[in-house]
Design a protein around this ligand. Sequence first.
Ligand code: 23J
Ligand code: MN
Length: 260
Amino acid sequence: MALTDPTEFAVAIASGALRIVDLTFTLSPDFPVMVLPPELGQAAPVRIRTISRYDDAGPGWYWNEISLSEHTGTHFDAPVHWHTGKDLPNGSVDTLPIEHMVAPACVIDCSAEAAADDDFLLTREHVLAWEDQHGKIEPGQWVLMRTDWSKRNFQDYANLKEDGAHTPGPDVDVMKWLVEERGILGFGTETIGTDSGQATHLNPPLPAHHYLHGAGRYGLQCLCNLDQLPPRGAIVFAAPLKILNGSGSPLRVLAVTPGQ
Ligand code: 23J
Ligand code: MN
């Protein structure tokens, strides 16, 4: 029977029949930020300045002022983030449809491949093999690329070498195919970007950004705990902050999964 009473959902959470998994890193000044070539604009790490803490500046209360880029920590990429999506309607975080903020997830396990190769690229063949086992990816679903990269320590997370970052991501063909042939809602990763570290050398460069945002779809990055999700059946809650004309936003990403 279809669920029409939100109370039933709350009861299922309270009873443990459904479980909530937090896919979010803590926003902290030492969390790695993306490094772009030096001639380009850069984002500073998160700054957290205490305004008062039960002291002369505020005897009874504690609060902080935070300063952060839209693309910091666990965050959401909106279509206007990329040149390919700049003219789409409702492409910024304040205008995108709220119905998109709750959607099923397909989790593709690439942890073994990423452990063997920092530059591992997800291919269409890999996803087709996943579909053979778990069924076809439906339109409007998130595809989340599990690499266990979120378990690395912060020193190795961006994995910067002399020639740039070395982190796994999707190849050109799989990204175009997921967007155009599967109609995915978005693509999420455990790494610092939705694209691989070396994706500026692909054609087109940064294919996840290129194809997703050009089609009005979304990105999520710096996710964690993807190893706690089933291959399919989890529902992702990803509601970015309502920033005027915002290109993205740090956010709390929660997944609801079947309980024990
Ligand atoms: C800003 C500029 C270029 C890129 C990015 C951010 C990201 O990857 C991002 O966080 O979306 S490539
Ligand atoms: Mn981003």
